[in-house]
Design a protein around this ligand. Sequence first.
Ligand code: PA5
Length: 408
Amino acid sequence: MDIKVKTENIFIDRSEIESMRHEAGRALDRLWSGKEDMTGWVQAPLNMSEKLIEDILNVADAVKDEAELFVVIGIGGSYLGAKAAIDALPKFEIGIPVRFFGTGFCPDDYLETIELVKEKNTVLCVISKSGNTTEIKAAFETLKPVMAEKYGGEEEAAKRIIAVTDKEKGNLRKEADEKGYVTFEIPSDIGGRYSVFTAAGLLPMAVSGIDIRGLIDGAKEMATSPDWDVDGTDYAVARELLRRKGERIEVMEVCHSRLEFFGQWVRQLYGESEGKEGKGLFPDVMMLSRDLHSMGQYLQQGPGGIFETMVLVDRPFRDTEIPGGDLAGRTIGELNRIMAEAVAKAHAEAGISVIEIHIPELTPRYYGQLLYFLETTCAVTAMLEGVNPFDQPGVEAYKAEMRKLLKK
Ligand code: PA5
C-alpha cells in the first residue's frame, strides 16, 4: 500500500502496540469474515461489477450532456463522501458543477438553491438510504414543484430526477418506482458513512469529472494490500491505546485547503462509529497552518487530553515559488512541509502525541486507498474499544424526537 503511517512521535511504548496487534488482527478477520452485520463495504470495491461502474458513468455522461447543474440532496453519509472527494480531487474529465443541498434548514440556502434551479438546466439527485430523513424530505419536496413548473409538469420533471436509496425499503424507493426515476441502490449491508464506494459517493463524483475507476482501483489495492496489517493496525491500535491512556480528542490535521471536507468526512466516520456507550474519541478537524493561528495556543499549552493525526500529502499536484523577500526561492509546497514538521516537533515537545499519515499525491487512486484505509482503521479501533462500529442510535434519537415534535 502507498499510504504510510508514522507513529514515532507518540507517547506509547512500541511494545504496547505490538502486544495489541493480535487483537487488531482478529478484528480485521471478523470484518472480512462476511459474518458481521453491515460489513458489505469491506468487500464492496472488490465485488463492484463492471456493469454498475458502466451504469454510473453512462448516467453521469447523460447528466453532463443535458444539464448545467447537478443538485445532490443528501446529508451525513449520503453527502460527505462525495462532497469531500469533489473538493479534494483534480478533475480528469469534463464535469458540471455539483451543488449539495438538504444539509440543514438554512432558509438562505433554500432560497439560493431554488433560484439556481429556476435559472440553470438542472438534474436532481436525491440520496437517502432510509428515505425518511426530515432534512431530505424537506429539500426534495421543495425542489420537486420547482422542477415540475420549470419542465412542464411532474412527468417531465421525473425524467430529470435520480434516486439513490435502499433496494427495497423506504418511501423514497416506493416513490422512485412509482414515478419511474432513474435509480441506484445503496446495499442494505452498507451504512451511510461507509457508502462512499457505492453510487451514493460515486455518481456525484463522476458527474463532477472525477476518475471514479481510479478511486475504486485505489480502494481495491488497499483492500488486498499484504502490508495493511502493519501500518493499518499500527494506527488503529495507537488510537485505541491513546484513548485508554486518557486522551479524549483526536485532531485530524490537513495542510491542503482542498482536504478540509475530507476532514469532515473522517469526523463523521469516527464520531458515529466510535462515540457510543460512554466511550470514543471526540474527532476534530483543523486546517493547517490556518488554524494554528486560532487553536495552536490551546494545543500547545491547553489542558491536554488531545492527540493529533496529520494527513500529509507528500507531493503537491502543483507548486509555486516565492519571487522576492526573505523567502525568495522557497516554494509554497516546501513551506507547507516545513510548517508540518515544525508543528509535529513543537507539539511533541509539549507532550502531545502526533501520528502522521502520508499519502504520496492527491490522485483518485491514492485517495481511494486513503478512504478505504480509514474506514477499515475506524472499524478496527471501534472493535478494540468494544463498541459496534456500524450503528448510530444517537443519530436516530434526534431524528425520532424531531418527528414527534412535527406531529404536535
Ligand atoms: O452514517 C449514517 O448512517 C448517517 O449519517 C446517515 O447517512 C444520515 O443520517 C442520512 O441518512 P439517510 O441516508 O437515511 O437519509
